[in-house]
Write a protein that binds this ligand. Structure first.
Ligand code: FES
Ligand SMILES: [Fe+2]
Length: 349
């Protein structure tokens, strides 16, 4: 029998249809290509003149080799003869890389230059070569035929700039989603314990995001209430650059990552930079110590606070508050960011 409550028949409530999803997502890297970005492949020190190193990159395998002329090349790993991996037993001969199997040799432009058994060199005997740049002790390769933007710069004169680069951190989440952190003011307050005194203006544009006007905070959790005033920007979809006055020190940082779909992870690198202290304040040695302290601070935020969450998150815009509006904008930015994979046929196993 139907139950009577306050004189009314207690009919089963009409259920609202459930929403189809728990919110919008950004497609995983590799779906429709990879974001068109400069990606760090390895540290410069990992590949000295005359050396070659095989690396996972995007959803395949590349080699990084440095000729005797000091020029570094990032190219597809599988030989255009029978597909041997040039990163396993390949040898740098002058400025060319020799395949371990039948000793075909490839130049820094990717073209086969020499076949020891003789005969004409097939015109398709050419490796895929990525646009490559070295900066801050890292070797970057561009996922695309032509670079579409330049690497960011620190606002420090070159003759004063000191930096420390560290990696390789392994994350499970795409770097673009991780650096939504920079506009997730809710998490800066709640997770990192920052007391934000002033919010910046946030603007997304075709090639990233820029904060202006300065964000001021006090670090009550780790910094004993020290005040910082910084500006942040996102360049491409994988560089977070921030800095300014960090607890009384003029310093900057870059966080940058590379998708390695094969292992379902992202390799992350951080670069800390500041102008060298004058000799009266300890010079290079004191600057290095300060950079080390910054490195530990950023490690605490990124690895101790963020990583356990980011490695396990099922990231989506589900219930979005007014406070989250810039994260939602960043989601749209990432959803619309151009993707490509011109090297796919060359680097996949
Ligand atoms: S597989 Fe590389 S030379 Fe034959
Ligand atoms: Fe964070």
């Amino acid at each position: 029998m139907d139950k009577i409550v306050e004189g009314k028949l207690d009919k089963p409530a009409k259920r609202k249809p459930r929403s189809e999803t728990r919110g919008e997502r950004v497609p995983p890297q590799g779906e429709g290509g990879f974001d068109v970005n400069w990606y760090p492949v390895c540290l410069s020190n990992d590949v000295r003149a005359g050396e070659v190193k095989g690396m996972d990159f995007l959803d395949g395998r590349v080699v990084v080799f440095r000729g005797e002329n000091g020029v570094v090349t990032v190219m597809s790993a599988y030989c255009r003869h029978f597909g041997a991996d040039l990163g396993v037993g390949g040898k740098v001969m002058g400025n060319e890389l020799q395949c371990p199997y039948h000793h075909w040799r490839y130049g820094q432009d990717g073209a086969c230059k020499h076949i020891p058994i003789g005969g004409a060199i097939p015109k398709n005997a050419r490796q895929f070569v990525f646009p490559t740049i070295e900066k801050w002790g890292l070797i970057f390769a561009f996922n695309g035929l032509e670079p579409t933007y330049q690497l960011p710069e620190f606002p420090i004169p070159a003759d004063k700039l000191m930096y420390r680069t560290f990696g390789t951190l392994k994350f499970k989440l795409d770097i673009g989603l991780q650096i939504t952190n920079s506009v997730d003011f809710q998490h800066l307050i709640i997770l990192h314990g920052l007391d934000i005194e002033k919010y910046p203006n946030v603007e997304f544009h075709e090639n990233g995001m820029r904060q202006t006007g300065g964000m001021a905070w006090r670090d009550n959790m780790r910094g004993g209430g020290a005040k910082s005033v910084i500006e942040a920007q996102i360049v491409g979809s994988n560089f977070l650059v921030f800095g300014g006055d960090l607890a009384g020190i003029n310093a900057y940082a870059v966080v940058v990552g590379t998708p390695i779909t094969k292992e379902g992870c992202t390799y992350g690198y951080t670069i800390m930079a500041m102008p060298r202290f004058p000799e009266s304040a300890g010079g290079a040695a004191a600057t290095n110590t300060a950079l080390g302290a910054l490195e530990r601070w950023s490690h605490a935020l990124m690895v101790e606070d963020d990583q356990p969450i980011m490695d396990n998150i099922s990231f989506r815009m589900d219930n979005v508050l007014h406070h989250d509006r810039y994260v939602a904008q960043m989601f749209r930015f990432l959803q619309n960011y151009p993707r490509a994979h011109p090297s796919a046929e060359y680097i996949r196993k």
